[in-house]
Design a protein around this ligand. Structure first.
Ligand SMILES: Nc1nc2c(ncn2[C@@H]2O[C@H](COP(=O)(O)OP(=O)(O)OP(=O)(O)O)[C@@H](O)[C@H]2O)c(=O)[nH]1
Length: 347
């Protein structure tokens, strides 16, 4: 069974920790055991102290670095540590300058694939400062880009601290938000208070003895006889129903046949065709001329390859927003007939 993950993003001081405290209280009243991952930029673990003092829950902390960059490798290890304590739900609070998709990326590490399920990304906006942060005149480019990204990928947007601004500011914020995310529900909040059923609906205590999920929850296999999607076992269906992801960001795991080496040119053509809908891709694949699996990374529309010691089945994870599954599957099928066996034989 995969553990649902809620990602809390939003700029510094917008109200993420306040929301997390609300979520913890609600989770407790629902009999849920949460695990928390907190990421702080400074060395001082301020929020961890607040949370730790407030509840008896498993907390993992990544200090002095943003998960996007320096802490990325530790993120997967921390999440695994949290999972070993058998939580019913994971809350991940990001630093204000993190892109939520970077965490989604970490959720697709081999050790976590299929053990966690992204439920929703919540972005909290500070009503007092959002317009200023978003203005290209008063903010630096990176900051504006991050803020917009946080809005774009959100499944729910909270405009918080409404007590500090007038109604016309809220209207302007809504206009700005809608430019970047026309779909996500937008709520106005004070002290990050909302009907938390919106976030926790369908998350239930996991009965003792339930086996943890081992398989990727969405496996698409490329096969000579035609691609197919791995269907969940009958017993998994109920779990999948109530654990449905409500996120626009989805991950897909593509598995080429074990001994097919995919040429970089074809792979890049495949990756390039999704435009902005493909946020990131990575995986371990066989490549012509290389005996060992190669690590592929696709980020910011650039592809890089590096050597790896990975010895498992090859796979490619795609992280996309509004990616169409059947379209993806069709194109993946197209890609495979052109692949080459490592020996040079054509398929
Ligand atoms: N006036 C007002 N203050 C708020 C509201 N929500 C949160 N705060 C306060 O704003 C401050 C920052 O809130 P946090 O929840 O710590 O914000 P955060 O996003 O976790 O901040 P970082 O961890 O620095 O990124 C705290 O002092 C909160 O009590 C609100 O709706 N109105």
């Amino acid at each position: 069974m995969s553990i649902p993950v809620l990602i809390l993003s939003g700029f510094l001081g917008s109200g993420k920790t306040t929301l997390l405290l609300e979520l913890l209280a609600e989770a407790r009243s629902r009999g849920l055991k949460p695990g928390i991952l907190m990421n702080e930029l400074g060395k001082m673990d301020v929020d961890g102290e607040i949370i730790g003092g407030a509840s008896q829950v498993s907390v993992a902390k990544l200090l002095d670095g943003c998960v996007c960059c320096s802490k990325k490798s530790e993120l997967s290890a921390s999440l695994q540590e949290l999972l070993s304590q058998k939580p019913d739900v994971l809350f991940v609070e990001l630093t204000g300058v993190a892109n939520p998709e970077e965490v989604v990326d970490a959720l697709t590490e081999p050790a976590l694939l299929g053990r966690v399920l992204l439920k929703q990304i919540v972005t909290v906006l500070d009503a007092e400062y959002t317009l200023e942060y978003n203005s290209i005149f008063s903010s630096d480019k990176d900051l504006v880009r991050t803020l917009r990204r946080q809005m774009e990928v959100a499944d729910l947007i909270l405009v918080n601290k409404t007590d500090l601004v007038d109604a016309h500011i809220l209207q302007k914020i809504e206009k700005t938000v809608r430019k970047h995310n026309p779909l996500a529900p937008l709520l106005y909040t004070q002290r990050s208070k909302l009907d938390l059923d919106i976030l926790l609906r369908g998350i239930e205590p996991i009965p003792e003895g339930t086996a943890p999920a081992r398989q990727p929850f969405r496996v698409v296999k490329g096969m000579a006889s035609g691609a197919r999607m791995k269907e969940p076992e009958a017993s998994e269906h109920a779990a999948h129903r109530h654990q449905a992801s409500f996120s626009r960001i989805r991950t897909f795991t593509l598995q080429p046949p074990a001994d097919y080496a995919i040429s970089p040119a074809k792979l890049e053509q495949f990756l390039g065709q999704w435009g902005n809908r493909l946020l990131r891709a990575k995986g371990y694949l066989a490549q012509p001329g290389h005996a060992a699996r190669r690590l592929l990374q696709f980020a910011g529309k650039r592809v890089t390859y590096s050597s790896s010691t990975y010895q498992g089945e090859p796979y490619l994870v795609l992280i996309g927003m509004d990616l169409d599954e059947s379209e993806l599957l069709m194109e993946w099928e197209e890609l495979l007939p052109g692949t080459e066996l490592p020996t040079g034989r054509k398929r």
